[in-house]
Write a protein that binds this ligand. Structure first.
Ligand SMILES: Cc1cc2nc3c(=O)[nH]c(=O)nc-3n(C[C@H](O)[C@H](O)[C@H](O)COP(=O)(O)O)c2cc1C
Length: 222
């Protein structure tokens, strides 16, 4: 596609068209004093509104050289200990988290014009907990974890097909097989920001800030 076509196409695109998006009012005065209940209710509302894959999020990290990177991962849970996700310690993001154990998560739920941003230090869960979390998931999740080598250079698509087929066999034969580098991480938030889009663009941004003992809250200009 020529550059001009792309530019023209971009100009035809809209965010929050009324056919796909409902923009609920959000009064920050009525928000709970801590971010977790609000996240939980916004997540349930995204599910109810038919948001595809609401449990996927962007995980942003910073590597040893101070360079940022970001990719999609799945949310495994959110509770008073933090927001959790799982990956290989040996992957690019795993190595970045080793160098800088601090990350940002971003959720985008366009059916409701909502974004949630969570930032804070990240810690790996104990080995047994990581493996239990993996074994509670699907055979495909275990097969993918057992395939391993995440982020390493791949010589050919054939090599992956063979490794993946062998991993599926092992996962089916032994659903309790450990995937040693697969690790559950928890991000304990310093800040959690809730963004509610508004048709007149006077969007609401409510940021919760951890004080170490509890939470303070404030609005941000959109
Ligand atoms: C919808 C979706 C969900 C994903 N979930 C995960 C996940 O939970 N864990 C994971 O390690 N990679 C997941 N990935 C793959 C990552 O986006 C990424 O390609 C991979 O983890 C390698 O990233 P890295 O090289 O930055 O470490 C997912 C990708 C997509 C598109």
């Amino acid at each position: 596609m020529a550059q001009n076509d792309l530019h023209a196409l971009l100009l035809t695109q809209r965010v929050w068209s009324p056919e796909v998006t409902r923009l609920p009012p959000f009064d920050p005065e009525t928000a709970p004093p801590t971010p977790l209940p609000l996240f939980t209710s916004w997540f349930a509302e995204a599910v109810d509104a038919g948001q595809p894959e609401p449990h996927t999020m962007t995980l942003a990290t910073v590597d040893a050289e101070g360079r940022p990177d970001a990719r999609i991962v799945m949310l495994h849970g959110a509770d008073p200990d933090g927001w959790s996700f799982a990956t290989h310690t040996t992957s690019r993001k795993g190595r970045a988290l080793d160098a800088h154990p601090y990350a940002a998560l971003t959720f985008y739920w366009p059916v409701l014009g909502r974004q949630v941003r969570v930032r804070g230090p990240v810690a790996a869960a104990p080995e047994e907990e990581s493996q239990a979390d993996l074994h509670a998931r699907s055979t495909g999740a275990l097969a993918a974890a057992l395939t391993g080598h995440q982020s390493e250079e791949l010589a050919s698509a054939d090599e992956l097909r063979r490794a993946s087929a062998a991993a599926w066999d092992r996962a089916r034969e032994n659903p309790a097989l450990p995937a040693p580098t697969w690790t559950l991480y928890r991000l304990r938030p310093d800040t959690v920001e809730f963004f509610q889009g508004a048709a007149d663009r006077a969007h609401v941004r409510l940021e919760y800030r951890s004080t170490g003992f509890g939470w303070s809250r404030g609005l941000l200009w959109p």
